[in-house]
Design a protein around this ligand. Structure first.
Ligand SMILES: Cc1ncc(COP(=O)(O)O)c(C=O)c1O
Length: 376
């Protein structure tokens, strides 16, 4: 059997990983500023993470959601505390798309409405509703096409007000990333997020904060949307939550009430996934990783803003977009193959940095030095 060929691959095989570094099968060391797409939050191979998962595996790895799973309760408590949303409720699933899918379903159940507002350049995943709310026709299969999603321009409070004035009583939810990732690292403005909150309050719609990529401490606050000073009704999370273990969740405001079997998942919240997610939160708290993300992120942002040859620098904390001039398409490949540094990308020519939250300034300097060389 062959693999279904869905990803263009770099000719690199990773065999070992430690902290912010990965090693290929020839022993070459790479600096990982991509974090496997914002997934590696506490660093590769963290000792506490390995111990926590191994110990759990030796006891029980999986049993279904038909029994009590105390690890889920512990995770909800810890997450409520670290995210500052202690009165929210946690539903556990397995991926970012699934988190958004469940968030939008829940909003529709709760309001009895069908329409969802999403924004230009948004990415919310590849399941049916999540992909329909994603602004990329190339990945929307005919069966996923629906009139229930209304796309509005990102960061345009006026357009939002107008849409709600015209059809507010049909709107189940508004979904937005705090910083658009796949869209090229574009931050939602504070006034835009506050307008979403205002409209959702006025028309009893649900504000969904897609925090799959920008959340979980990446920007220095637990959720990137927190910079606006308003709360969303649902936060969706995945990537950094398990440091590579597939675990995702939605954090749900107290006014949204559960009914049995309204949502569900076979694997969601299993013992092993909870152990991974608990280990991540424990390390984040013990090692002050939110503070480090803010400090090291600022350090990088300041240095990048002074560097010549860059068209624009965007982002917050350790979610950084470096927009290069259109003719400098070779830089990302050169960083990887000449300097052995993994970075992410976004179209048309943006380098995305999504490293582990414990990135050191030495590793940041290593990258800045390599980028400077490439841009001269
Ligand atoms: C903002 C955002 N939402 C949702 C997703 C989908 O997550 P997953 O690939 O885990 O389904 C992604 C993935 O890149 C994302 O960046």
């Amino acid at each position: 059997m062959q693999l279904f060929d869905v990803y263009p691959l770099n000719d690199i095989t990773i065999e070992k990983a430690e902290g912010s570094y990965v090693y290929d099968d020839k022993g070459t060391r790479y600096l990982d500023l991509y974090g496997g797409h914002a997934v590696i939050s506490i660093g590769h191979g963290h000792k506490h993470y390995i111990t926590r998962i191994t110990e759990q595996l030796a006891k029980v790895g999986f049993y279904s959601n038909s029994v009590k799973i105390p690890q889920q309760v512990a995770l909800a408590e810890k997450l409520g505390h670290l995210s500052g949303k202690e009165d929210y409720q946690l539903f556990l699933c397995n991926s970012g798309a699934e988190a958004n899918e469940n968030a939008m379903k829940l909003a529709s159940f709760a309001t009895g409405r069908k329409k969802i507002i999403a924004f230009t350049k948004a990415f919310h995943g590849r399941t049916s509703l999540a992909v329909a709310a994603t602004d990329n026709p190339a990945i929307i299969a005919p069966v996923n096409q629906t009139d229930n999603i209304i796309f509005l321009p990102f960061n345009d409070p006026e357009a939002l007000n107008t849409c709600f004035a015209e059809q507010g009583d049909l709107i189940a939810a508004v979904i937005t990333e705090g910083i658009q990732g796949v869209g090229g690292i574009h931050e939602a403005t504070i006034s835009f997020l506050q307008t979403i909150r205002h409209c959702c309050n006025r028309y009893n719609s649900v504000f969904i904060a897609d925090s799959v990529q920008c959340g979980y401490g990446r920007t220095g606050l637990f959720y990137a949307h927190d910079y606006s000073g308003v709360n969303a009704d649902i936060y969706t999370m995945a990537k950094g939550m398990g440091n590579g273990f597939p675990v995702a969740g939605i954090s749900i405001a107290p006014h949204l009430q559960a009914k049995h079997f309204m949502l569900g998942s076979t694997f969601g919240g299993n013992h092993l996934a909870c152990a991974a997610a608990l280990a991540v939160l424990e390390v984040m708290a013990a090692e002050n990783l939110l503070q480090n993300a803010a400090a090291t992120g600022n350090y990088l942002l300041q240095a990048l803003r002074q560097m010549e040859g860059i068209a624009a620098v965007r982002g917050r904390g350790l979610m950084i977009g470096i927009e290069l001039p259109p003719n400098r398409t070779e830089v990302k490949k050169n960083l990887l193959f000449r300097h052995h540094i993994f970075t992410g990308e976004a179209k048309p020519n943006v380098i995305r940095l999504l490293p582990a939250l414990n990135l050191t300034t030495e590793a940041a300097d290593h990258f800045l030095h390599a980028l400077k060389q490439e841009l001269h």
